[in-house]
Every structure is written in structure tokens, then in C-alpha cells.
Design a protein around this ligand. Sequence first.
Ligand SMILES: *Cc1c(COP(=O)(O)O)cnc(C)c1O
Length: 448
Amino acid sequence: MDNLNMEALLLNETLQPLIQSLTSLEELFWVNPKKELFDSSIKKSPLGLDDVIEAEERLKRFAPYIATAFPETRPMKGIIESLLISIASMKEALEQQFNQKIHGDLLLKRDSNLPISGSIKARGGIYEVLKYAEELAIEHELLTIHKDYSIFDSQTFRDFFSQYTIAVGSTGNLGLSIGIIGTKLGFNVTVHMSSDAKQWKKDLLRKKGATVIEYESDYSKAVEEGRRQAEKDPSCHFVDDENSMDLFLGYAVAAFRLVKQLEELEVTVDEDHPLFVYLPCGVGGGPGGIAFGLKLLFQDHVHCFFAEPTHSPSMLLGLMTGLHDKISVQDIGIDNITAADGLAVGRPSGFVGKVMEPFLSGSYTVSDDQLYSLLKKLVDTEEIYLEPSALAGMIGPTMLFRDGTNYFKKNQLNKQMGSATHIVWGTGGSMVPKEVMTEYYQKGKEWI
Ligand SMILES: *Cc1c(COP(=O)(O)O)cnc(C)c1O
């Protein structure tokens, strides 16, 4: 961002105090002033229900292949899905620690345990690779959509895909997803990794046969380099985390599945029973896609909040300034260095920010110390292990009741809050090696 624009921004009276509290690295709860009612926001959207249905149908076609290639998915018949569970003990512990009542029930969506790659990226990342594989196979007359897709698990298909490369830039988990599914199908996979990517993620990818290229700089640079190198090669598909509609739609399918899970838990979502969802946000595709899917299905009865580290509040900065990908946290002097490696993104997706602007309820930031402390608390109360990024959602309900009175007033939500449901999206963690997790837990101890 150039100096002139920066000056104009800092002179803006509404924005100035907000930017100041971001740069001071204080935790902040922000209500989105541009949120609209569903009927008007959906009119502005470039994507709709049909697009998400198409993605769900494609995942169903691939289910027989997934069940064959990844035996752990057989009990779910090749559908990659996670559980939704109640975390009442954690709720009690949060209420005690923060001396703040959380009205309604607290649930955890366990994307940390998604099969194949152990994070939310097993939704969007795998979906995009499958879509690319399907396109190639149909184009070369190896497949029609009515065939049994378990034929993807054959030497013929692997030999065919070995002529193609898939590339991606990642802080870690997206690379892991693309690498695992891509190499399984027989593709060459190149993952451009940012400096914050964890060593174990790079090691695991190399073991799977992916090429890992490491960068000294952050995520945006890794994506840019990956995109540049892929452009030169016509047999290379670049999974563009900053701009991909396929990733977004792959994530959005989660909403259909959640409707069924809520029914099974006998949770009602309607005017008298609002649903609140708290989603850790990096570049925006994962939380954006899921929130978008939920808005399509629950419309004005669902309220979605993004959560980011205080050192990487890129989506929040893009939304509050309306500049989206034209501004980075580094532009306002924030370092983008955080223990939440999955959220270490300095510049948000412009595509996601613009699509989500009228749908999103708000956004907040959380410190690394808090993430570690929540990590420990979740282990102590529920014996559930998440990676630091995945805990960003956990403080959402506390912050909402403490700092969100404006939001309740604006949306006439006071009297229904006793019958609200809160879902914290637990985005990753099951693949973290035990010794790394022990270190995280120890860090949580230091901050209590
Ligand atoms: C990638 C990731 C997110 C956020 O998804 P984005 O699409 O980058 O916004 C959240 N949590 C974890 C664990 C992740 O790996």
C-alpha cells in the first residue's frame, strides 16, 4: 500500500481508533457494520446454493474412491466428515475463568479429526484436487460421471495423472491435504511452504513423495512464488488459496452435513433458537466457505464470526477498511508472527472478503498466550487435543457476551439467547506429533 493511501486511512476518524487497537495487539471484538439481512446479501453474491449442491454431488461421486484409497473412511462410506459434540465441561471452565456466563449450549465441531489430513483443509483442499482429477479424466475419455469412481484407484489412472503437476502455497495444512490426496492419485505435487510451516508437516509431505520448497518469508510470498512457477507450466494446476472458488465451495459443503448433525443432536435453529459459529480464519477460504454454506441454509438465524491471532488480523483489517487484499497487516506495522501457524496470513483473500462482507456478523482477535491457555484447558476438561490455530474459535462465546451487547441490540437477540447454540469450529490437530503437542500443553501451563 502506498504512503498517500496510508495517510488517508489513518486520518479516517472511525477507522483510526480501530487500527490503533489492532496495532497495539490488544484483543478486539468487532461487529461488522456492513452485514445485511440474508435476502439482500444473497443478491450480491457471485455464488449460490446450486454451486454448493454441485460440490456435494461431486464429493458423493468420489466417495467410492475415497473409501478404497483411504480405508479409515470406510465406516463413513468415503464421506470425509467430523463429529459435532457437546463440550459442557469446557463451557463451565470458560465461565469460571472469565467470570462470564455463556448463555445456551456450547458445541465443538471436530475438524481436527477429519480423516486423511486432520484439519479443515481436508474439505476444500481435497475437493479441489478431486475436481481437477475428474476434469482431466473426463477430458481424456477415461471417465463419465456415471462410472464407479473407485477406478481412480488403479495403475492406469495413476500413470495418467503422473503427467500432471499440482502446486500450492501453504503455511502447512493446505499443503498437507493437497500433498496427501495428490500423490495418492498419482500426481506430481509441489508445495511452496512459508517460513512458519512446521518441520513435521514438511517431513510428512516429503515422505509422501511431494516436493517441498521452503521460503524464508511468509505465506503470501510462498503463494506468489508458487503461482508464478505454475504459470510457466501448462500441465500444472495451481491451487490458489487466495482466489479459488473451488476451495471455497469444498468448504461450504460442511454446512449440509452440519444440518443433519444438528438434527441428530435435537438442536433446533430458528428465530427463537439462534446459532452462533466461531471460525478460525487465515486467508479466509475455510471459514468463509463454511460460513457461506451455513448462511445459505440457516439464513438470518445463523451468526458467523471469524477469529484471528492478534499478530495476524488480516481479514479483519481488510474488512474494516474495505480494502480487502489491497492492505496487509505489515502495512500497519504488525509482524504476522504467531504460534497459530495455520492462521499466519498477513494479507487476506480479496475474493472471500468481498463475498463475505454482507454475510459476516463480526470478527475478533486472540493472543497466542490465550490460544495456549485454551489448548490446555480443553485437554484438562474434555481430553481433546487441538493445534493452537484451532483454538481461536474457543474464546468467541465469552467475547460475544462480554463485548457484543451492540450486536444483540442491533439484531434484537436478547431474549432468545438462553436457547442459543454456539459452535466452535475446531479446525485442526489430530496429526500433530505427540512430542509437539506436549510442548504446546506445557506452554499453556505457563499462562494460567
Ligand atoms: C488453514 C487453517 C485455518 C483457516 O483457513 P483459511 O482458509 O486459511 O482461512 C484454520 N485453522 C487451521 C488449523 C488451518 O489449518
